[in-house]
Write a protein that binds this ligand. Structure first.
Ligand code: 5GP
Ligand code: MG
Length: 179
């Protein structure tokens, strides 16, 4: 697997530190005594991020799963986001925090935000691990881990053709592997 990457962009330790800091920002925003917090991770890309993040959040919370497929098959060109599952559970009157791996054009997030808002939550906020600046139109994230350049990245949950999600760092694929 290691041979497939041209460069590591973010090392595991750096991601870990940033996720811990992000958890503190989120915990400060939601007053633990009053919120009815539900985290809504967008699968599959946010799987690793959300599992690390929630264990750093000392708040009572529920999970509502949303499964969206953006890239049909092996490609780096996003198709339209297709809803596969969710949001699961009852999110009416809950403080919902949507979690995604990366904010690129914002199409996925705006779709999910609309689906969630339609169910009458008390509030909706969004946290993303990565953001490619300047590309998203009309969609914002309240919490952002890292701003990165407009390059296709994998690892720490992010895939190419459903591969590399288990790679612990965030890396760039060798260009000859990308179609
Ligand atoms: P958007 O709808 O904002 O254009 O794209 C968001 C989704 O596309 C993310 O949830 C993620 O699944 C996928 N995506 C966008 N950029 C990248 C990238 O650089 N690498 C990978 N692996 N997925 C990406
Ligand atoms: Mg995704």
């Amino acid at each position: 697997m290691e041979d497939d990457f041209s460069r590591i962009l973010l090392e595991r330790g750096e991601i870990e530190r940033r996720v811990r800091a992000l958890a503190r920002e989120i915990a400060d925003c939601y007053d633990g005594a009053h919120t009815r917090l539900t985290l809504a991770p967008i699968l599959s890309g946010s799987l690793i991020f959300v599992s690390d993040l929630i264990r750093e959040l000392p708040l009572k919370m529920k999970l509502s799963l949303v499964h969206i497929s953006t890239y049909p098959g092996q490609t780096t060109q996003p198709g339209s986001p297709r809803v596969i599952v969710g949001p699961t559970g009852d999110i009416a009157n809950r403080d919902v925090l949507i979690i995604d791996d990366i904010l690129d054009t914002g199409r996925t997030l705006s779709r999910v935000q609309a689906m969630i808002r339609a169910q009458g939550p008390a509030s909706v906020r969004t946290a993303v691990l990565l953001r490619k600046p300047g590309k998203a139109r009309g969609v914002e994230a309240d919490f952002v881990g890292f701003d990165i350049d407009d390059e296709f990245v994998v690892g720490y949950g992010l895939d190419y053709g459903d591969l590399y999600r288990n790679y612990p760092h965030i890396a760039l694929l060798r260009p000859e592997l990308i179609r």
